[in-house]
Design a protein around this ligand. Structure first.
Ligand SMILES: O=C[C@H](O)COP(=O)(O)O
Length: 299
């Protein structure tokens, strides 16, 4: 079955316009990278992430304990939005998390390559939810997308969304594997039409991960989708976001394209394994290693 989005949405991206806009946002971000209020807001939208082959129960427990104790350790700071782990670690987080407003996100559906059977993808989503996840981060079938088999990608996402029920589904486009900005925009519309609650740039396992260009194009797609349908879809830059300037830049892009109303954990997240302590240190004004973990393994 053929699926066409070209008639419904504007898929073409003007690359010159993108570069101009990004240069403007970079200037704004330079002055914001040390704005404490902006950094605090960015911190409150972090999905604190650990996605290593070396992760075990203790790692999930440690993350949950750190997040649970955070308000006492750092009064006046907002907490992170979610902890994001592999499905096998969801129960470790659930059993040890006592921060009621912090969500538990699980990558699922064959993360990070999405190269498994649909039944396995759906079961993995179901099991992650049973174990306590209330958000799912799933990658599109990138191979099918690149071959132009949009129907397979769309149909899988629709079925995942159905299994997810009330849980938020964040759809990872793996923008570094897509071959043009037009493709990134097309994938954004496809994911949103299939029911994505958020669209997310990257798995963090493939370079380039979150780029200003990808984030900008995805934000413009979200804006256009909202104008046409009235549905607000969230944005999640993820992968390689590791300093206050990057955070301020992605924050600025979302603010300028989508408006302040998008800048809260319900509609904006950072997927990152390194940003939390960096922001915390810049906010407090001295180096803090609270969440940092030694493992940087990339499997
Ligand atoms: O979803 C989040 C990413 O996997 C994290 O990537 P990162 O380790 O480059 O921050």
């Amino acid at each position: 079955m053929e699926l066409s989005f070209e008639d419904k949405f504007n898929i073409e991206v003007d690359e010159l316009e993108v570069e101009k806009a990004i240069n403007r946002f970079k200037d704004i971000a330079q002055s914001r990278k040390s704005d404490i209020e902006v950094l605090k807001k960015c911190f409150s939208m972090i999905d604190l992430t650990t996605l290593n082959a070396t992760d075990g129960y203790e790692r999930g427990k440690l993350f949950a304990e750190k997040v649970s104790q955070f308000p006492d350790q750092f009064p006046g700071m907002p907490n992170v939005a979610a902890i994001c782990v592999y499905p096998s670690l969801v129960s470790a987080v659930k059993e040890n998390l006592s921060a009621p407003n912090v969500s538990i996100a699980s990558v699922a559906a064959g993360f990070p390559a999405s190269q498994t059977f649909l039944e396995i993808k759906l079961s993995e989503c179901e099991m992650a939810l049973e174990h306590g996840a209330n958000e799912l981060d799933v990658v599109i079938s990138v191979g099918s997308f690149l071959e132009g088999d949009y129907y397979t990608v769309f149909s899988e996402l629709q079925q995942i969304k159905e299994v997810a029920g009330d849980a938020k589904v964040k759809v990872i486009l793996e923008t570094g594997a897509l071959t043009s900005l037009d493709e990134i925009k097309l994938a954004s519309f496809l994911a949103m039409e299939a029911g994505a609650d958020f669209i997310k740039t990257s798995t963090g396992k493939l370079e380039p991960a979150a780029t200003p260009e990808a984030v900008y194009v995805m934000c413009t797609a979200i804006k256009e989708y909202y104008d046409k349908t009235g549905k607000k879809v969230g944005m999640k830059p993820a992968g390689g976001v590791s300093n206050s300037y990057d955070a301020a830049l992605f924050y600025t892009i979302a603010e300028q394209v989508l408006g302040q109303e998008w800048l809260y954990p319900g509609l904006f997240r950072f997927g990152t394994s390194r940003l939390a302590d960096v922001l915390l240190s810049d906010i407090i004004g001295k180096e803090v290693k609270y969440f940092s973990t030694s493992s940087t393994a990339k499997y």
